[in-house]
Design a protein around this ligand. Structure first.
Ligand code: GDP
Ligand code: MG
Length: 439
């Protein structure tokens, strides 16, 4: 999983512009990863469309590879759907947990209580599950392990009574976490019961607890709980298993809420606050996308801030001088050493690196550095009109920069190649240009 996405991205290496086929290929692999991770089909389609539109419309900034640019778009569009984590103020509040039987509510109640206690608050768990035999003992034990206050009543059969008495009994606590009963499926009885409990405790936060393996059933569940009590956030449990929890995205989208916590094991400490980057990277089976996205962002803004006169778009209209090439190289350097950028995408970095001779990356980087030094030794006129640089100037530049004449000629050659490529685009009508870019 994810490896074919990496494979597809590898084929984009070195491209500065993506064709429609390139974008289609990337989107197809993303779709595959997301569907395998149980993300809802219509959500996947929606996401595909927005990625496609942006990837074809927006141009990669100078010095940014098309691949990095498309990954940045993917990351941003995913964040838009996944959202930031649910805001949990560190103050007195009441939290109600809802969800089907076995989803992990009781475990999560104790985990959250543990989490709040570590933040310096005084939590209490109130167990209202009178449906499942053993629910009281289980909750009590978990709360002992978490070293947090617990209330339950094994002799009382009405969950609403337990909730009321529990709130009174634990009134010294800051944070009340109310655990509820689940059922095997969505039954009217369950919904009626949780509506009543909700009415009594009037929670500040109602969280829906999901097993990461929930899959496509998430939509209907989320809709019903949303209708009954209004869902403010989601907790995804059992993320320590193989399931990636993509169903939660459906729930978040359906309830217009966000993800609050992740459960990553059976002990009370196995709880994490949700954080979009890790979750998205995991869904796609990719490395740290946020870091990459931020680097592209930085390269963009720094290039722009430094030289307001320099606009990558101008290259398409006028001539491509050595100055333009210098700007592109500077922007690339700001993203950090090439091998590091590639390493941020595990598999991609590793895979491609293995295929290259050991010092291939070094050569590229050294060559770039030489080019920079050479350009520093060139006059303004030579930079503007590199075609006019003759043999005697090459000798002078070589001496001035301490670089071989051969390297100076390579730089001029490289510039000529880039200029010729760009020339093919110039002189076309806008329509031709767009058609060609979409190819
Ligand atoms: P409830 O019926 O919704 O209250 O669910 P429980 O809290 O009783 O959890 C059901 C089962 O899932 C129990 O065996 C838990 O130990 C297990 N469980 C809950 N959360 C996690 C988790 O994050 N990881 C793992 N591996 N198991 C979990
Ligand atoms: Mg339970």
């Amino acid at each position: 999983l994810g490896s074919s996405l990496r494979g597809t991205l590898e084929t984009l290496q070195g491209k500065t512009r993506l064709s429609e086929e390139d974008v289609e290929a990337v989107v197809r692999e993303i779709q595959r990863s997301l569907l395998q991770a149980d993300v809802d089909v219509s959500l996947v389609m929606e996401l595909s469309d927005s990625i496609k539109t942006r990837a074809l419309k927006e141009e990669p900034p100078g010095g940014t590879s098309a691949r990095d640019h498309v990954l940045k778009i993917v990351y941003e569009e995913m964040v838009a759907i996944v959202g930031e984590s649910t805001e949990i103020p560190l103050e007195p509040q009441t939290i109600l947990l809802a969800g089907l039987q076995g989803s992990g509510k009781t475990t999560s109640a104790a985990k959250m209580a543990w989490w709040f206690s570590k933040k310096g608050l005084r939590p209490a768990v109130i167990q209202t599950d009178t449906f499942r035999p053993g629910a009281y003992d289980q909750a009590k034990q978990m709360c002992e392990r978490a070293e947090v206050e617990f209330y339950g009543d094994p002799d009382e059969s009405d969950p609403v009574t337990i909730a009321r008495e529990g709130l009174e009994a634990t009134e010294d606590a800051d944070v009340h976490i109310v655990d509820t009963a689940g059922r095997h499926g969505l039954e009217d009885e369950l919904i009626a019961e949780i509506e009543e409990i909700e009415g009594l405790v009037s929670p500040d936060l109602s969280l829906l607890v999901f097993d990461a393996a929930i899959g496509q059933g998430a939509k209907e569940q989320a809709r019903q709980f949303e209708e009954a009590i209004g869902i403010d956030g989601v907790m995804i449990t059992k993320l320590d298993g193989t399931a990636k929890g993509g169903g939660a995205l459906t729930a978040v989208n359906e309830t217009d809420s966000s993800i609050a916590f992740l459960g990553t094991g059976e002990t009370v400490q196995d709880i994490e606050r949700f954080e979009p980057n890790g979750f998205i990277s995991r869904l796609l089976g990719m490395g740290d996308l946020k870091q990459l996205s931020e680097r592209v962002e930085r390269a963009m803004s720094e290039t722009q801030a430094e030289d307001e006169d320099w606009d990558p778009e101008d290259i398409m209209k006028g001539s491509f001088t050595l100055k333009d090439m210098q700007k592109q190289m500077e922007a690339m350097n700001k993203m950090g050493p090439l091998d590091q950028i590639m390493d941020m995408i595990p598999g991609l970095g590793g895979g491609l690196m293995d295929q290259l001779p050991d010092d291939a990356m070094d050569v590229t980087q050294n060559r770039m550095r030489s080019f920079e030094i050479i350009m520093d030794s060139m006059t303004e006129g030579e930079m503007e009109n590199p075609r006019g640089v003759g043999a005697s100037q090459v000798r002078r530049i070589s001496r001035g920069s301490g670089q071989d004449e051969e390297t100076v000629r390579e730089l001029l050659e490289q510039h000529k190649m880039m200029e010729q490529t760009l020339k093919q685009f110039q002189g076309m009508g806008d329509g031709d240009m767009q058609r060609m870019m979409k190819k």
